[in-house]
Structure formats: structure tokens, C-alpha cells
Design a protein around this ligand. Structure first.
Ligand code: GDP
Length: 417
């Protein structure tokens, strides 16, 4: 059963590191939001009494609410992004299609990608296109039509066309990976603009190189520029078309070793983006064409390849190895770059809320203390007044008694006379 096989491979996929982290941080922000709403209601109720809470604190609470919903929105959209670069016809589109297991991007002669093409998953059942600055959904009924639509794209080679592909058709897209194809780096003069627009938020870069030739200066220069802008970008190098090179087996080992040495030297010594012991795990000798054929056959879209060329299974294996390392790398990187900042902000908001509540609690305590003190003073005064009254009553009583006595005496004296 292919769907259960998919589910099984899914649960062990390194991409799950990101998928789970995303779920977790979304849940946490859901909780923070509830907490903010509850605190907001409490503070709003207090502010009606106008004693413990200032207007400023009510406004601050609104600020927290907006911040948290903003972060939640960004989090919901967060994904892992991989960008593919290389010279025209090295096989960028083929590599992307092979990874997606489907012919999504047009490839081959006459289908030179003349803009940035982003493939991302969508909940809808039918694929559609959007172009930069235009949210209108354009339908894509087939790859031919897509190629045609792209040929008519005159927006310039830095512009972006997004292909929204049904998530149900592809595991990689379901796991929130976004893949970006680029025009050939050999034909563009807008490399700096490319980097600004499309590279700064990429988690992984894949240089699709041609195993039939060596790394070119145009390829190298582009990645020098990238690594000036980003600190230690994650770069994989695919030596594609290895099936073609393998048709001349006499020099295969030497050619491979030579390519490997140059690629490792480029990553370690020139770019200094990876340690020497890890560098060999960043370079793979593959055939995107074969992998795509194999996957299309496996999914029943194409007839099985019958006569397998020399080295076919080891190239397939090496591509899978690349995918695994790539998934590990992108997943871990994206968790750090996408979620770390949000986690810190969430923590800061929780701390500030706590301080605000503590402050209100303290003011309430002071208020009570003041009231108690007032009560005590009042009691004391009451006591004093009572005492004074008592004394006065005594004096009056004494006086009256004395007067009565006097009168008595005077009356009896008068009577005796
Ligand atoms: P892009 O311009 O870099 O996107 O290159 P494409 O993916 O369009 O590939 C250009 C041509 O090379 C197409 O005809 C592909 O079928 C072919 N191609 C791509 N990858 C391979 C490969 O690994 N081996 C062979 N033999 N041909 C390939």
C-alpha cells in the first residue's frame, strides 16, 4: 500500500524535526495568546474601577495581543526553503522534479527558466500559479501550459512565479519544504538582486553542477557573493549527469576523485562554509534524470525502465543519500533560523506580562495597607473622642452634683431661717 509506505517513511524523515518543532511552537503561541486575552480581560475589568490599572497598561495589553497574533501568523506560514542554482541545462529543473517525484517544472531544451520559480504546497486539489504582486490564481492544467505561461513571463529574471501544488500529491511539499528554481547563473547580470530577493531567507542552497565539466568561475563567484551576505550558508553540490560520465568507465574513479577534491576545496578552503570532515557529505554524484524516471515508473506514471544502465542503482542510492542529508540539514537550520527569534519573543512577552501582573498585585497590596492604616487612625481618633466625652461627662456630672448640692444647701438654709 503506497500511502502507508509514505506514512512510514514520513514518520522517520528528518524533516519531522521541523514539522514537530513548528507544531510545538504554534501550540505554545496559542497558549500565550489565551493567556494574553485572559490577562487583557482582567485588566480591562480593573481599569473600570480606575484605581489599580492605568490607561497606559490597558494600551500595553493591546500591544501584546497584536504582537502575539502577528507572530502566530508568521509562524503559520514558516517553511523550509531550498534554492537551486547552476548554469543553464545542468539539470536544476530535473533535480527539483526528481525530488518532488513528479514532472512539475518544465525541463529540457527550449524551456530555459527565465525567472525564479517557486514550488510550494497548497491545500487545494488543483495546482495553480501566482505571479509576483498579483494574487490572482492562474490555472495550470499541464506542464506544457505552464512552460508556455513561463515563456510569456516578461517580468525580468529576478521576478518570481509561484507554483502552488496540491500537498496531497507530494510528501516533501506536505512537510513544508519550498523549492526555488532559478535562471542559469551564466546568463544573468542581476546576481546581486537575486541574492537580495531570493537568497537571504533560504535555509539550504543546492549548486547543480555538471559532472562532465569542472566547477566554473561563474558558479563559484555566485556562491562567493552569497557567502558574503549570509554567514556560513548551507551549500550542497550535486554533480549531475553522472550517468553520462559513467558511460566512459575507464576514468570514472579518477574523475570522481578530481571532482570531489575540487568541490571540497571550494567549500572548505575558498568559502570556508563547512569543516573538512563534513565537506564530503555535501557533494554527491547523481543522475536527476534517472531518479525522475524511476520515480515516475514507481508511481505508475511511466513505464518501468527495463535495461538499467551501468551503475544505475548506486546513482539512485547516492541521490537518496543526498536527500537524507539535505533533509537533516534544512530541518535543523530552519528550526534555528525560523523559530529561535520567535521563541525568544514569546519568552519576553510572557515575562513582561508576569511583571505587569506582579505590579498590579503590589499596587493592590499597597492600596489595602493604606486602607487598613486609615481604618486604624480612625479607630484611634474614635477612641480618643470617646475618652474625651467620658471625661467631659464626669466633669459635667460632678458640676451638676455640686450645683444640686449647693441648691439643696441654700434651700434648706432658707427653710431654717
Ligand atoms: P536546467 O536548465 O538546469 O533546469 O536543466 P534541465 O533540468 O532543464 O535539464 C536540461 C536537459 O538535461 C534536459 O533535457 C534533461 O532531461 C537533461 N538532464 C537533466 N539531468 C540529467 C541527468 O542527470 N542525466 C542526463 N543524461 N540528462 C539530464
Amino acid at each position: 500500500d503506497p500511502s502507508s509506505a509514505l506514512a512510514a517513511s514520513n514518520s522517520t524523515s528528518p524533516l519531522q524535526i521541523f514539522v514537530r518543532a513548528k507544531k510545538k511552537i504554534n501550540d505554545i503561541f496559542q497558549e500565550i495568546e489565551e493567556y494574553v486575552v485572559e490577562t487583557g480581560n482582567f485588566i480591562a475589568a480593573l481599569s473600570k474601577d480606575g484605581v489599580l490599572v492605568t490607561e497606559k497598561e490597558v494600551v500595553t495589553m493591546d500591544g501584546y495581543f497584536n504582537k502575539v497574533s502577528g507572530i502566530k501568523e508568521v509562524l503559520a506560514r514558516d517553511h523550509m526553503k531550498v534554492a537551486f542554482f547552476g548554469r543553464t541545462s545542468n539539470g536544476k529543473s530535473s533535480v527539483i522534479n526528481a525530488m518532488l517525484g513528479d514532472k512539475i517544472l518544465p525541463s529540457g531544451i527550449g524551456h530555459t527558466t527565465n525567472c525564479f520559480l517557486q514550488v510550494e504546497g497548497d491545500e487545494s486539489n488543483e495546482p495553480f500559479l501566482t505571479t509576483e504582486g498579483n494574487a490572482e490564481r492562474q490555472s495550470v492544467s499541464g506542464i506544457g501550459q505552464l512552460a508556455h505561461a513561463l515563456c510569456n513571463n516578461r517580468l525580468g529574471d529576478s521576478s518570481l512565479v509561484t507554483i502552488h501544488w496540491p500537498k496531497t500529491r507530494c510528501q516533501l511539499l506536505r512537510d513544508d519544504v519550498v523549492l526555488v528554481d532559478s535562471p542559469g547563473i551564466d546568463v544573468s547580470e542581476s546576481l546581486d538582486e537575486w541574492i537580495d530577493k531570493h537568497c537571504l531567507d533560504a535555509d539550504v542552497f543546492v549548486l547543480v553542477s555538471n559532472a562532465e565539466s569542472t566547477l566554473m568561475n561563474t558558479e563559484k563567484n555566485f556562491f562567493h557573493k552569497v557567502s558574503q551576505r549570509l554567514s556560513k550558508p548551507n551549500i550542497f553540490i550535486l554533480q549531475n549527469r553522472w550517468d553520462v560520465a559513467a558511460s566512459e568507465p575507464e576514468y570514472l574513479t579518477e574523475v570522481r576523485q578530481q571532482h570531489m577534491e575540487r568541490a571540497v576545496g571550494f567549500l572548505c578552503e575558498e568559502l570556508k562554509v563547512v569543516a573538512p570532515q563534513e565537506a564530503e557529505q555535501r557533494v554527491f554524484f547523481v543522475s536527476a534524470k534517472e531518479v525522475l524516471q524511476q520515480r515516475l515508473a514507481d508511481s505508475g506514471h511511466q513505464a518501468q525502465v527495463t535495461a538499467l544502465p551501468e551503475g544505475f542503482s548506486s546513482r539512485i542510492f547516492e541521490f537518496k543519500d543526498f536527500e537524507r542529508r539535505f533533509e537533516e540539514c534544512i530541518s535543523k537550520t530552519a528550526v534555528v533560523t525560523k523559530f529561535d527569534q520567535h521563541a525568544q519573543r514569546g519568552r519576553a512577552i510572557a515575562n513582561e506580562l508576569q511583571e505587569l501582573l506582579l505590579h498590579i498585585q503590589q499596587s493592590a497590596g499597597q492600596e489595602r495597607e493604606q486602607k487598613l492604616q486609615q481604618q486604624r487612625t480612625l479607630k484611634q481618633r474614635l477612641h480618643q473622642v470617646t475618652q474625651q466625652l467620658d471625661t467631659a461627662t464626669h466633669v459635667i456630672k460632678d458640676n451638676i452634683q455640686r450645683i444640686v448640692h449647693d441648691i439643696d444647701r441654700k434651700v434648706s438654709a432658707a427653710l431654717n431661717e
